[in-house]
Design a binder for this molecule. Sequence first.
Ligand code: FAD
Length: 388
Amino acid sequence: MKSIINSASDEAIEIAGAGVAGLAAAIKLAQAGCRVVLHEMHDKVGYRFDGDFQGLENWTEEEDVLNVLKEKGLTTDFNVVPCQEGTLYGPSGKSYEVKTDRPLFYMIERGPGSGTLDSALLEQALSLGVEVRFKSRLEKMENEGILAIGPKAADAIAVGYHFGTDMSDGYWVICDDTLAPKGYAYLLVINGRGTVKSCMFSDFKNEKLYVKRTVEAFEKRVGLKMQDPKPHGGYGNFRLPESAYSGRHPLVGEHAGFQDALWGFGMRLAIYSGILAAESLLCGKDYDRLWKKELKAQIETSIVNRALYDLIDNRFYDYFLALVASRKDLHASMRKQYGPSWMKRLLYPWASRHYESRRKDVSCNHVDCNCIWCRSRLCDEKGESSCK
Ligand SMILES: Cc1cc2nc3c(=O)[nH]c(=O)nc-3n(C[C@H](O)[C@H](O)[C@H](O)COP(=O)(O)OP(=O)(O)OC[C@H]3O[C@@H](n4cnc5c(N)ncnc54)[C@H](O)[C@@H]3O)c2cc1C
């Protein structure tokens, strides 16, 4: 699987998919002097997020995530809102205030607009000479390259609205299976715009009902007021692959299944895996060894966390949230929960049996594959659901 890229060579390295994983990989390769062609099937970056607000988590490492991105050579020239205070609600309606002495996460915008993470990374890639081919759906990868085409199955979905509002900035979360089965409902507001979503891990067929209940719950609890609401949703694929290669091509981001199985905070894993894949090509190192060393333990832990979380339901969420809110140093506590430990390692065999990705066919990694998941992806593009 190993290959060393000669940066002086004229042959371009191809990357399929200009999501954050593909863009991060393109930037690292271009910084090393390689000629990079990045194929994006849509006519812009961040198509599937379209102005979505997301949280760039800042708890898995001690060092601030923005510093880490800078140290890795990536731009941080995108709009961020540091989030240190928020409100959680349990099914009882009781609220739990959380406060941290440094940002628990940074709220950022996704999509093709100005100031978004996607646009900032695109800008950096272009400034380094990456050739970005929009409306270029890669069907086959002949040369050296990286596959970064995003999720191939729906293990969780997040559905709701983007809207304008006169509410003040903030974030609010509700854990309640009648709103978001085995997941959470959330409301994020920045500068007069917001997103409200039900992030559910089961019973997708009733998504409309859960979205309706989520909106009503936020109206009741925090006075949600939406102007010009536009429906928005997406899905995530969580899976720990045996190998993140398809043939000789590294798979990065959600294409590999790299995600946070507990809550879906996948951006960091996507970016880091893109960087590792680029390094593997540049240095002739085995990509599987690299991501297993850097990311595997964290993904395994998230699968254990997911399996444990699946054990609790509406009878226990209030206790769980009270425990979260009572943490003196929530930041450190989250890092501990997300970090590997002997206990989580011990639980992993049980958790991996309990938790099963909907992407059953692990051989389905090919850009030009016609297996069920690739076909369902085509259905998605026609507006049909991929979750059976
Ligand atoms: C609604 C929602 C909310 C989320 N909230 C958060 C959050 O708060 N925090 C967090 O950390 N994560 C969040 N995530 C997860 C996070 O967005 C993803 O994990 C991350 O963006 C994955 O990046 P990626 O580059 O792997 O894939 P993608 O972003 O899916 O990028 C893949 C790209 O490949 C393109 N493509 C596909 N096929 C081809 C092809 N054949 N040829 C060329 N191009 C192709 C696609 O158009 C796309 O642009 C959320 C996800 C969703 C859906």
